[in-house]
Design a protein around this ligand. Structure first.
Ligand SMILES: Cc1cc2nc3c(=O)[nH]c(=O)nc-3n(C[C@H](O)[C@H](O)[C@H](O)COP(=O)(O)O)c2cc1C
Length: 362
């Protein structure tokens, strides 16, 4: 007989949820160096649906967990009760390790296990992980990882992939992954070799969606609420991930939900213009009305201060100063603030200075 906590955890593991339903709201993508628990809480507050951890190395978890001591990757696995449906993203290419670690209790609080099969960073690809797994010669390896993982966990297994390694092989790869029993797939429609160059070809997502019967989620160049609705319209995808579009702009989630929940009782500041519209409907109002809706300065200030406090709560002073400098530059770029303020932001070296700077600037 397990204790109360074990029973609760087991019940949660079995929790069946409708993955399509969970992605009715925009999801926050796994973003290394960005989607820590503080940023995820912030985005959740603005209306994000499923939130994903930064990618974690399967090997680092495997070695670290066995040591019995605190290891660095554990910080990436922190979650918050304010998050609703939580996804953890794993990268690695050793099927034994991946299927073993998902049984560790440190993953209990996660609802979805996502495998990275698309990261283009050389240090990941050269190690045979991430985007290397979609090279044709590695498809058997990818297949083995997914088959083993699906057997090893009761949780839905999803993958994040790209159009292909150096050419578009998305549909074939997606079919192979689907046959391994994955619950859903998300596609960033650029090749690994393309990195972030050129435009994301949403046609690739459309082709995958037209082929598969499992949910397909879109990624790529979703920098505005308009782009979010456009990608869903143009591809038929079951949901979409916000990635770079959230940098300095967690408000994007509020903009999207203001459109989705467009009604006279919506109190979001982003809904003002929608309410003013004579005949607000999702498709007609979203693009035009949201375009000229700048984030009010007080909201920007309060949000940055809240972000600093959330980060302090989870990670402490040093981490917060280093990561918040980067976030503040993004917030300022998004708000088109003068360049000299950006330079000033990079010189601040304690959170009190960061806060004073934000209060006096905004
Ligand atoms: C700084 C940064 C970190 C990222 N980290 C991850 C990651 O950990 N896992 C992942 O699957 N994708 C990661 N991505 C890719 C994004 O999740 C997303 O798929 C990609 O940026 C395409 O969406 P976008 O064009 O809307 O930004 C990262 C992207 C950036 C810019």
């Amino acid at each position: 007989m397990g204790n109360k906590k074990d029973v609760a955890i087991k019940a949660k593991q079995k929790k069946q949820f409708d993955i399509r339903g969970a992605f009715k709201k925009p999801a926050l993508a796994a973003l290394a160096g960005v989607s820590d628990v503080a940023f995820r809480e912030l985005c959740k507050g603005f209306g994000a649906g499923v939130t994903f951890s930064e990618m974690v190395s399967a090997k680092a978890v495997w070695y670290g967990y066995k040591s019995g001591k605190h290891f660095k990757t554990l910080d990436l696995l922190k979650t918050s009760d304010t998050e609703d449906i939580k996804g953890v993203q794993i990268f690695g290419s050793d099927a034994d390790i991946i299927s073993e670690i998902v049984g560790y209790d440190i993953f209990d609080k996660y609802d979805i296990i996502d495998v990275n099969m698309g990261c283009p960073m050389p240090k990941i690809v050269n190690n045979g992980d991430g985007g290397a797994l979609i090279k044709k010669e590695n498809w058997d390896k990818a297949k083995n990882i997914l088959t083993r993982l699906v057997k090893a966990t009761k949780k839905p297994v999803t993958i994040k992939t790209r159009a292909g390694f150096n050419s578009n092989t998305a549909v074939e790869f997606a079919k192979m992954a689907r046959d391994c029993g994955i619950a859903a797939i998300s596609v960033h429609p650029r090749t690994v070799q393309q990195l972030y160059k050129g435009r994301a070809d949403w046609g690739v997502i459309k082709a995958v969606k037209a082929t598969l019967d499992i949910p397909v989620f879109a990624r790529g160049d979703i920098f505005s609420a308009q782009a979010y609705f456009d990608v869903l319209d143009q591809t038929g995808a079951d949901g979409a991930f916000i990635a770079r579009g959230s940098f300095g702009n967690p408000f994007i989630f509020a903009e999207i939900s203001a459109v989705q929940n467009c009604s006279p009782t919506n109190n979001s500041p982003f809904a003002t213009k929608i309410k003013d519209s004579p005949n607000p409907t999702k498709k007609e109002t979203s693009p035009k009305l949201l375009k000229d809706n700048p984030v009010p300065a007080t909201l920007l200030k309060d949000t940055i201060l809240q972000h600093i406090d959330l980060s302090l709560k989870h990670f402490g002073e040093r981490y917060t100063v280093l990561t918040m400098r980067k976030h503040i530059l993004w917030y300022f770029a998004k708000a088109s603030l003068p360049k000299k303020l950006k330079a000033q932001a990079t010189t601040l070296n304690c959170t009190n200075q960061l806060k004073d700077f934000i209060v006096s600037t905004l």
